[in-house]
Write a protein that binds this ligand. Structure first.
Ligand code: ZN
Ligand code: ZN
Length: 314
């Protein structure tokens, strides 16, 4: 889960960089603050050295929808073109639970998710990331079916394909009752949704590690990517959330750590970023900000791991 932005030192208040920090062969970015308006996130992402970025399009822990103005969307588009920032990824609000077994909560979640889709379309975002949700009092299979039906219902009548928008199902850390802690569950959701909406996956390295997959050892990494390829398909993983983990493998504790400073370590990120099968994916950090500049440092750490430094191929 993206970190709190409370202690962030705002890069917009610093003088702009004289030139763009060097780019790499990969699309690398970070979850970026929308303080002062969504369009500000594009300028921040550029200054942080990114060529892709992720945002919230509404307050992550409030139901009240954020009103997007047309000029804001236009400005966002202009800045993204100017700085070649793509894809734009939107992370859905945390309150949304499309697996909820309470009718009222489910209705609220479907409405809120529809709002997320509408804002993503208005902003011309390529991806909308969703946690599959958490079920209680129902079995997992029913939870998955309900989530798939709720996602399809939320998107009904909206032209996602025409807007170039794909919904990405994110794997989760595996807390009790949560859906999506295995690649197979994510794959099942995608399978059910395919006929209704454009859908693919977002894989979070921290969630993968704490839910029990080995991505740390060389053999484990190879095996885990093999499992991912068989279930979801590596080509369907459009976004990788690059987060190191504070907790041990299998602990199910979702605590993100700075890249290279946690239980996963630099080597796994180096393997990930240089795997030729993942060339066209975007890599987004959702790392904590414990000290000013942590965001820039985590982006730069990821970029340094990429072999070869030139403009990305797309
Ligand atoms: Zn997380
Ligand atoms: Zn994530």
């Amino acid at each position: 889960m993206p970190r709190s932005l409370a202690r962030e030192q705002d890069i917009l208040k610093l003088p702009p960089p004289k030139q763009r920090p060097p780019l790499t062969l990969r699309r690398i970015g970070i979850h970026t603050s929308v303080a002062g308006g969504v369009e500000n996130a594009a300028e921040r992402a550029y200054r942080l050295g990114c060529n892709t970025f992720q945002i919230f399009s509404s307050s992550p822990r409030q139901w009240a929808p954020y009103q997007l103005g047309r000029p804001q969307c236009e400005e966002m588009k202009r800045l993204r073109e100017k700085y070649d920032l793509k894809p734009l990824i939107i992370h859905t609000n945390y309150l949304i639970n499309l697996a909820s077994t309470t009718d009222l909560f489910l209705k609220k979640s479907v409405e809120a998710f529809r709002g997320e889709i509408e804002r993503a379309l208005a902003l011309c975002a390529e991806y909308l990331v969703l946690h599959p949700g958490s079920f209680r009092g129902a079995d997992r299979e029913r939870g998955l079916m309900q989530t798939a039906a709720a996602i399809a219902a939320a998107g009904r009548g909206l032209d996602l394909s025409g807007g170039g928008l794909t919904i990405l199902i994110e794997n989760t850390a595996g807390a009790e009752h949560s859906l999506g802690a295995t690649f197979e569950q994510v794959a099942e959701l995608i399978h059910h949704l395919k006929p209704h909406v454009p859908v693919a996956a977002c894989i979070d390295t921290c969630h993968t590690h704490v839910s029990g997959y080995d991505i740390v050892s060389e053999r484990g990494f190879r095996h885990t990517l093999g499992t991912l390829d068989v279930s979801i398909g590596l080509g369907n993983v459009r976004v990788w959330h690059c987060n190191d983990a504070k907790a041990a493998r299998g602990s199910r504790l979702d605590r993100h750590q700075h890249i290279g400073k946690g239980m996963i370590g630099l080597k796994a990120f180096e393997r990930l970023l240089n795997d030729p099968r993942l060339m066209s994916a975007a890599f987004i950090a959702e790392t904590p900000i414990d000290a000013p500049g942590d965001d820039r440092r985590n982006v730069s750490t990821l970029k340094k791991l990429v072999r070869g430094r030139q403009k990305p191929r797309r």
